[in-house]
Design a protein around this ligand. Structure first.
Ligand SMILES: NC(=O)c1ccc[n+]([C@@H]2O[C@H](COP(=O)([O-])OP(=O)(O)OC[C@H]3O[C@@H](n4cnc5c(N)ncnc54)[C@H](OP(=O)(O)O)[C@@H]3O)[C@@H](O)[C@H]2O)c1
Length: 236
């Protein structure tokens, strides 16, 4: 089942993207990994290889249209003959008051979390339409619930949710299934040390990775449109 999947993962150098890469390596998928920090990306690739997977990785900044085109082209070429799955976990979180948000931080957030994900999803969808596939986006509960201090981040995630909802309906009859995953707080390096809720209350990255993997490996006779995945205590 899993060996027929070719999975491209953005944000694979850390956190949820890295945990997902390792989980899918265990399941026997072939992988293409992307992120900006090459040493960390290589460490994920080595970890996945040590689990027996065939893995490629390349530098990717999703805010760079040329880098997205090159990543999508390699994804298309390497996935020939397999069912392609695109998992987009790349993202940044910058927190601050909605009354005084920082222009540069907002631009980086929208470029990485919204425009970058839209860009790569569109590039992949153009050729996936021929033979089917899956596109899985890691959004956030912040897309649908008001979390004080997260206005710009929430706007980026709500924007991607709106994009996904339209893309899902446009693509589903062509066999390309789009999933939006909305996790609550997850224990990853996105949280600065000492900031945010109690880490032991957060979801482990492994839990999110397992949910993503279940969708990535599912037969094409079922669509997972949206999944809310929360720590047992809810919003922390
Ligand atoms: N942790 C949480 O509480 C939580 C909750 C809900 C949703 N999420 C979402 O889950 C996703 C993964 O976050 P995480 O918690 O795993 O955080 P993380 O450990 O900081 O990982 C974020 C990943 O995104 C990559 N990235 C950021 N900007 C990028 C860009 N412009 N181009 C390419 N890659 C980029 C980073 O790699 P490089 O820096 O190497 O590029 C890194 O691999 C994010 O979209 C985040 O919003 C997280």
């Amino acid at each position: 089942m899993s060996a027929d999947r070719f999975v491209a993962i953005t944000g694979a150098s850390s956190g949820i993207g890295r945990a997902t890469a390792l989980r899918l390596a265990e399941a026997g998928c072939r992988l293409l990994l992307g992120a900006r920090r090459e040493r960390e990306l290589e460490a994920t690739a080595e970890g996945a290889r040590s689990l027996g997977a065939q893995v490629w990785f390349r530098w990717l900044d999703v805010s760079d249209p040329g880098a997205c085109e090159a990543f999508a082209a390699e994804f298309q070429r390497r996935s020939e003959g397999s069912l392609p799955v695109l998992i987009q976990a790349a993202g940044v979180a910058r927190f601050g008051s909605s009354a005084r948000w920082d222009e540069d931080a907002a631009r980086e957030t929208v470029e990485s979390n919204l425009l970058g994900a839209m860009r790569l999803a569109s590039l992949a969808a153009t050729w996936m339409r021929g033979g089917g596939g899956r596109i899985i986006h890691v959004l956030s509960i912040a897309a649908v619930r008001p979390l004080p201090g997260s206005s710009v981040y929430s706007a980026s995630k709500a924007g991607l949710l709106a994009f996904d909802r339209v893309m899902r309906e446009e693509l589903r009859r062509s066999g390309v299934l789009v999933t939006s995953i909305l996790p609550g707080a997850v224990d990853t390096p996105i949280w600065q040390p000492g900031s945010g809720p109690n880490r032991s209350d957060m979801l482990p990255a492994q839990a999110v990775a397992e949910a993503i993997a279940e969708i990535a490996l599912a037969p094409q006779d079922r669509a997972y449109d949206e999944l809310v995945l929360m720590p047992p205590k809810g919003i922390l």
